[in-house]
Design a protein. Structure first.
Length: 590
């Protein structure tokens, strides 16, 4: 028989072995249903032989040493955990973390010794613990039994070598599905510290549980910055461009008097660190150019013509660009009109274009050579999208008609090209106009009528591209029916902000559970909000405060630190019934 010493495996302490959100293990059954299903099956055991009941009972921690909240613990103490069943040793060792770190923030972790004896594991530290210090031993949710069933939620064991435990606490939530196992990292901000999670290990860790929530417990008083990380390579450091990270909207403070910090919420996003590049420039005719980028880009200031340049390679003569517009259906593509090309080599260049993450175009990949084309444009433009399909039913009463074309059109050519009529044949008045030379929109002046039939006709021979070619169109008539307004209701209430100092409009969304229906409104806080004309169903409300007023949610950056815009998903669902306004849904942005 091997000795106890031989059984004592010396392993280098591994970090949390986390899965990316969405790969965090199979979904749990509803426990109420599971409990009912197990009534009378008292003979079921974990580790049952083939043919017996399926083991989906998560392992539990029965006892620890030191005990939870123990004080005056000896500095040469050992740890021990006893489980309700045998667990996978590797999963335990990779999910164990002790704070404060036994090494420095930039140092490799110190080695621990694990001695397994059945359902119990004993852990020896490489050195004595520090005096008068609160330690927190965290077990993440990746701990599994021998059948692969995971620990239901993260476990925290706190003890102190002094007389008093630190009692600070930070709670929070990850928005999105299947976030179990995401790593939560808390840094103490002191002496001007600006932590970089890509280089510095945190002071405290825990993992997100099956219900997408987390709790950091037994924290010392101080100011904290907390990140959420899908630590795919399990090194407890952020790998930019490869791992998704959640950046907080604010730092939180714990004091002796107020030991519970404001709740935090995170949305995980992969940080885009790659600069966009010009991928290709192709002449479509003697005066048409197609620019393609490897991702969607846009100029920060001015129009597109100021950011695009074409020069004859040999003579260095610049080629005038008359117009340039990104395509509405593919913002990687920009269509441009130019002065007549010649059959010579040209050099195309782009500058000061930015992707959605704010990365400027790579100067080393912003130029491309192409050969000029002298063939005139004889191809007829195509209609590549009609927002309302023929024979559509139950359409919203405020839905516009949108037409998207394959190339730049003459904006003076649609005076009577789109004819909209109701069921009696009468023309429908509305607001019509070009969004840009590739996109046209018609919206009825007073909205569509309830339970009504409409049709519209596109007069192809009245629509021309820039070079005078008439539209190639085979759509004929498009007929559609609107929904019954009597089935609609509304969601409304008061909106307020727990922080008076913030600015920016609130972007609110009502999303139907189990469906694809979404409604959006812009509101002010404090103030009132209303989602009008809402279809029946269950809805979840969410929103963000657009602090920089750019019209979209900004997830922030970890380092240099830029806080995320404040966002929230209100947990209570709103039930909407036909013809019953759902009022009094007061919302507070935490």
């Amino acid at each position: 028989m091997p000795s106890a010493a031989q059984n004592c495996a010396i392993v280098k302490r591994n970090r949390f072995a986390l899965r990316q959100p969405g790969n965090a293990g199979r979904r749990r059954r509803n426990w109420a249903v599971l409990g009912a299903a197990l009534v009378g099956l008292t003979c079921a055991k974990t580790g049952s032989p083939p043919g017996g009941p399926v083991d989906d009972i998560p392992p539990k921690i029965l006892s620890t040493s030191p005990a939870r909240d123990a004080t005056g613990v000896a500095r040469d103490t050992q740890l021990s955990f006893t489980f309700s069943e045998k667990v996978n040793r590797k999963s335990f060792e990779e999910s164990l973390f002790i704070t404060p770190s036994l090494g420095g923030e930039l140092e490799e972790e110190a080695e621990l010794k694990f001695d397994w004896q059945g359902r119990t594991v004993h852990i020896r530290f490489p050195d004595s613990l520090r005096a008068r210090r609160t330690y927190v031993v965290n077990l993440g949710t990746d701990v599994r039994d021998l059948r692969g069933v995971r620990l239901l939620e993260a476990f925290a064991l706190a003890f102190t070598t002094g007389d008093t435990l630190d009692r600070g606490e930070i709670r929070g939530r990850i928005w999105g599905e299947k976030a179990a196992g995401v790593l939560i990292m808390a840094y103490i901000l002191e002496n001007g510290r600006a932590p970089d999670p890509a280089k510095q290990r945190a002071d405290y860790y825990t993992q997100v549980g099956e219900n997408n929530t987390f709790t950091l417990s037994y924290l010392a008083p101080g100011r904290y910055r907390v990140f959420a990380l899908s630590d795919r390579n399990a090194d407890r450091l952020y790998t930019r461009g490869e791992e998704a990270i959640g950046v907080p909207a604010l730092d939180v403070t714990i004091t002796r008097e107020d030991q519970t910090a404001p709740s935090l919420s995170f949305s995980l996003a992969a940080e885009d660190t790659l600069a966009p590049a010009l991928a290709a420039v192709s002449p479509l005719s003697a005066n048409q150019l197609e620019w393609r980028f490897d991702e969607a880009v846009m100029p920060l200031h001015g129009d597109w013509r100021a950011r695009l340049r074409v020069t004859a390679k040999e003579s260095q003569t610049p080629l005038a660009l008359l117009a340039a517009f990104p395509h509405p259906l593919n913002r990687n593509q920009v269509l441009a009109l130019s002065a007549p090309l010649q059959a010579v080599a040209y050099l195309a260049a782009a500058d000061s274009l930015f992707d959605e993450a704010g990365n400027c175009i790579d100067s080393a990949r912003s130029q491309i050579e192409f050969e000029g084309l002298t063939q005139p444009d004889t191809l007829r433009p195509r209609l590549i999208k009609i927002s309302i399909a023929d024979s559509s039913r139950d359409l919203p009463l405020d839905l516009p008609i949108e037409l998207v074309f394959s190339e730049i059109m003459r904006r003076d050519s649609l005076a009577r090209a789109l004819l909209v009529r109701d069921s009696s044949g009468a023309a429908v008045s509305g607001n019509a106009g070009w969004v840009n030379p590739l996109q046209y929109r018609f919206a009825p002046a007073a909205g569509w009528q309830s339970r009504a039939r409409y049709e519209f006709v596109i007069a192809a021979d009245s629509l021309f591209d820039w070079n005078g070619n008439a539209l190639l169109d085979t759509t004929g008539r498009v007929t559609f029916w609107t929904l019954n307004a009597d089935t609609l209701a509304s969601i409304s209430g008061a909106l307020s902000d727990a922080r008076d100092s913030t600015a920016g409009d609130m972007h609110l969304q009502a999303k139907q559970l189990g469906g694809k229906i979404e409604y959006h409104v812009l509101a002010r806080a404090p103030g009132n909000y209303t989602f009008p004309a809402v279809l029946p169903g269950l809805y979840q409300l969410s929103g963000f405060r657009d602090g920089n007023r750019n019209g979209r949610f900004d997830a922030g950056t970890a380092f240099p630190f830029v806080p995320a815009e404040r966002a929230h998903v209100w947990p209570d669902t709103v039930k909407v019934r036909s013809r019953w306004p759902n009022e009094g849904n007061d919302l507070v942005l935490p």
